[in-house]
Each structure stands twice: as C-alpha cells, then as structure tokens.
Write a protein that binds this ligand. Structure first.
Ligand SMILES: Cc1cc2nc3c(=O)[nH]c(=O)nc-3n(C[C@H](O)[C@H](O)[C@H](O)COP(=O)(O)O)c2cc1C
Length: 436
C-alpha cells in the first residue's frame, strides 16, 4: 500500500511509495546555478508528504539543455555553486524525505535557440514540424567519453551537496534514450547496431556513476517501456535493458514511455501512428499509462520498479502496488498545483485532479479545430507551459496561478526563456572577454 516503507537494494529506505516525478523547473539562474526559487519550490514539495522527490533534469552539458533555466553541472563546481546546490538539497529534504537529482543530456532534443548543431548518436533530425530543432552532429568517441565523465561528475557533485540519490534520465528521447533507439542511433561502431551496443552508453554511465557514489547511494534509471515508434526502441528491448540494469546494481527503474516525436509519457499522440507493443494495453492503462509494461517487466526483473504517468486514483495506485506491478508510484502534473498530493492520498483522499483534461490553447469557440492532428499536437505542447507557470509561481511566490490561461502561460514562458538565454549569452561573452 502507498504508506508502506520501501527498502532499496543499496539499503536506503523510502518512507512511503509516493514520488514526485521529475518535472523540469526552468528556475536556475543564467549560470545554471540553483536559486532561491528552487529552494522555495522544493521546500514546499518536501512538506507535501512524498517519500521521494525527483528534481527536474539537471544537465551535464551546458550546450545541450533540455530547456533554458535548467540547472547545469558541467564542470567541477565553484564554491558558489556548491553552496547553492547544498541549499537546494537541504530545502528538498527538510521533511526527512529522499531527494534525488535527475541527471540528463538532451542530445538532439535541444532547441535550436540553445544550440543549432546539437550532438547526438547520428545525424538524424527530430521529425517535428516547426523547425525548432537543429541538424544533429554525430558524436565522436571523445564526445561520448565526455558524456560518461559528465554523468559521473554531476552525480558526485550532487551527492556531495546533500542529494540522497541520483536518477539517470534514459527515457523520453533525450541522449541516453537516443542511443537506445535504432531510429536515432544509426552508428556502425560499438555504440550502435545490436542492442548491447546501443545500451553501452547507458550502462557505461551507470557503472561510472556507481564507481563514484559508492554502493550505498540509490541510483535510479528512468527508462522507456517503449518509444512507441515504428522501428524504435520497443518493449522487448526495454525488458532486456532492465535486466542489464539490475545486474549493474541499479536500485529503482522508473517506467515511462515516448519521446518528443511520440509523447506517450503524457498520453498524447505524435504525428505518426503509435507502434503497438508485445504487451497489450488493458483497461487499467487509461488510468496508469505504463502499468501493464511494469507488470510484464516485474515478472522478469526483481529490483524495485516505479510506474509514472496518469495515476490519479488512490485505488489504482494501491492496486498497482498490491498486484506487484510496481513498488513506487510517480506523480507528476497534480504536484504542480496540489503540492501536498501525497499527504492527501496518505490521509485517504480518493482521487487527484486531472488538470490536463480541462486545459486548452484554443478558446471554446475554436475547440473543433482540435480534430486536426497538428493543432492538437501544438495545443498539447502548449499545455505544458501552463504547468511550467504553476511551478514558476510556486518557486517565486509560494502559490500557484491556476486562473492563468494556456495562451498567457505560453507567452510568459517564451519570454522568460528568451530573457534567460540572452543573459546566459551575455555571461558567456563576459567570461570569454575576461579570458582573452
Ligand atoms: C511540466 C512537466 C515537466 C516535466 N519534466 C520532466 C523532466 O524534467 N524529466 C522527466 O523525466 N520527466 C519530465 N516530465 C514527465 C513527468 O515526469 C511524468 O513522466 C509525466 O508528467 C507523466 O506523469 P503524470 O501523468 O503524473 O503527470 C515532465 C512533465 C511535466 C508535466
């Protein structure tokens, strides 16, 4: 049940089965350092009753951001950065819960405004309309080694700062997930081709992270059950990777799915049809998008699994735990507004709100346009900005602004991202100028 503590293979104990899932905050300063807003946000979430908080993705490379405003640990930290990370970790653990940093590299899913030539496994561009993403450059052997070093350095830095664990982001189409997928990884060397080659980068990162953090620190991996794209990373491959992760001393696998091209993580459709998998979706999948995959995986993998996506009902959460499908429940979007959702569920509240079902970019009179696929896709991405705005409001003011519309949120977030990037460019120019 959700209130039962969980002991991980490394020996760490989580006080209950509820986790605030990773959600990018966009609240770092232009140097990529954690801010007062991040402290306030995670203090609020720590007080919310979850046994585990995951940070939004912290980037290991400042040229490959998932989004302007990411925290960036791409070098040995300055004293200022160390203190900022310590304050963030301290706020996020103030109620005695675990707080793990999610570590990531965006690869080709880095917007053009951040980097017009991002590095990726192969020169395969994202298949999205709108021209927001650049033409990727295939990584060299040195680039790949720098990624492994980057993940290990970042893990060491955050653990030294007081985070109680780390999660490597190998889902949702970011770099580690790009290497796993035969669509985005078309390399002919030992990093591409058969699955054991495509999984080499993830497994190398896990091994290097374990070596630097030691045996007692929780290491988690967020993994796609599938990319749900024809010719992409599928469930049978995910199962094999999960077995390798178990052998590699990973403590918890979080099961999600999809990419920017096929955003199944949010239960949304991409531009192409969803590729069916060897596990058929039961009716439970409407409530818990990946629970059937977790259940099938748990038959073959014995390390703890967390299932994230769509879970709103207390009975569905307890059923996922009781049936043995999952050991932890990840909760994302409800936490952007109901910051004490875990405490409420533990007190017996039967269901969390589904904000995603009521948000729309289009005014009521134009909603019929949602019948057009591209309009629906653009609208779905825009609703993310509404959640970003709630996170930003919690960080800056300690309260949400649920009355804000999706359009206004999109405008505000676009401006904030452009301002942040302009300031970051100015900072870079200053430091280059100083160096010359
Ligand atoms: C605003 C927002 C930001 C997100 N950022 C991240 C992220 O940084 N890392 C990640 O792994 N997933 C991220 N996700 C996906 C969530 O972790 C989760 O998988 C997804 O929201 C489905 O769970 P839910 O239905 O409970 O919201 C994000 C989702 C939202 C809504």
């Amino acid at each position: 049940m959700i209130d039962t503590p969980l002991t991980l293979p490394c020996g760490a104990k989580i006080s209950n089965r509820l986790c605030k899932a990773a959600m990018t905050e966009g609240l770092a300063n232009p140097a990529g350092e954690p801010t007062d807003a991040l402290e306030q946000l995670y203090g609020i979430w720590s007080d919310g009753g979850a046994g585990l908080l995951l940070s939004g993705n912290v980037q290991v490379d400042g040229d490959h951001l998932e989004r302007p405003g990411n925290v960036i640990v791409a070098a040995e930290p300055s004293e200022r950065m160390k203190r900022a990370l310590e304050r963030w970790a301290s706020a996020g653990t103030r109620a005695g819960n675990h707080f793990w940093a999610q570590i990531s590299h965006a690869g080709r899913q880095c917007q053009k405004i951040v980097n017009p030539r991002p590095k990726a496994p192969s020169a395969v561009k994202l298949g999205l309309p709108g021209g927001q993403f650049g033409e990727p450059e295939p990584m060299t052997e040195e680039d790949i080694e720098a990624v492994i070093t980057g993940f290990a350095r970042c893990a060491k830095v955050v653990i030294n700062a007081g985070f109680t664990g780390v999660q490597l982001h190998a889902a949702h189409g970011y770099l580690l997930s790009q290497f796993l997928s035969p669509r985005s990884n078309q390399r002919q060397d030992h990093w591409g081709g058969p699955l054991e080659n495509r999984a080499r980068l993830l497994l190398s990162c896990v091994a290097r992270v374990r070596a630097v953090v030691g045996p007692a620190v929780p290491i988690s991996v967020k993994l796609n059950s599938a990319d749900f794209q024809r010719g992409g990373f599928d469930f049978d491959e995910s199962l094999q990777v999960a077995k390798w992760l178990e052998e590699a001393s990973v403590d918890l696998i979080e099961i999600s799915g999809g990419t920017y091209e096929q955003p199944r993580l949010l239960n949304l459709d991409g531009m192409e049809p969803v590729a069916e998998q060897s596990v058929a979706a039961s009716t439970r999948a409407r409530e818990a998008y990946f629970v059937d995959f977790a259940e099938a995986m748990h038959k073959q993998v014995s390390i703890p699994l967390m299932v994230t996506g769509g879970l709103r009902r207390l009975d569905a959460m307890n059923l996922a735990l009781e049936s043995g499908a999952a050991d932890m429940i990840g909760i994302g979007r409800p936490m952007c507004v109901v910051t004490d959702a875990p405490a409420q569920l533990l007190a017996g509240v039967s269901e969390l709100p589904r904000f995603e079902d009521t948000l729309s970019l289009l005014p009521a009179a134009l909603k019929f346009l949602n019948g057009i696929k591209i309009v629906r896709t653009v609208g779905a991405f825009a609703t993310q900005y509404w959640f970003y705005e709630q996170i930003a409001a919690l960080g800056h003011r300690g309260t949400t602004q649920v009355d804000m519309g999706v359009f206004a949120a999109t405008k505000a977030q676009t401006k904030a991202a452009n301002d942040w990037l302009a300031e970051r460019r100015a900072l870079t120019e200053q430091s280059t100028g100083r160096a010359q």
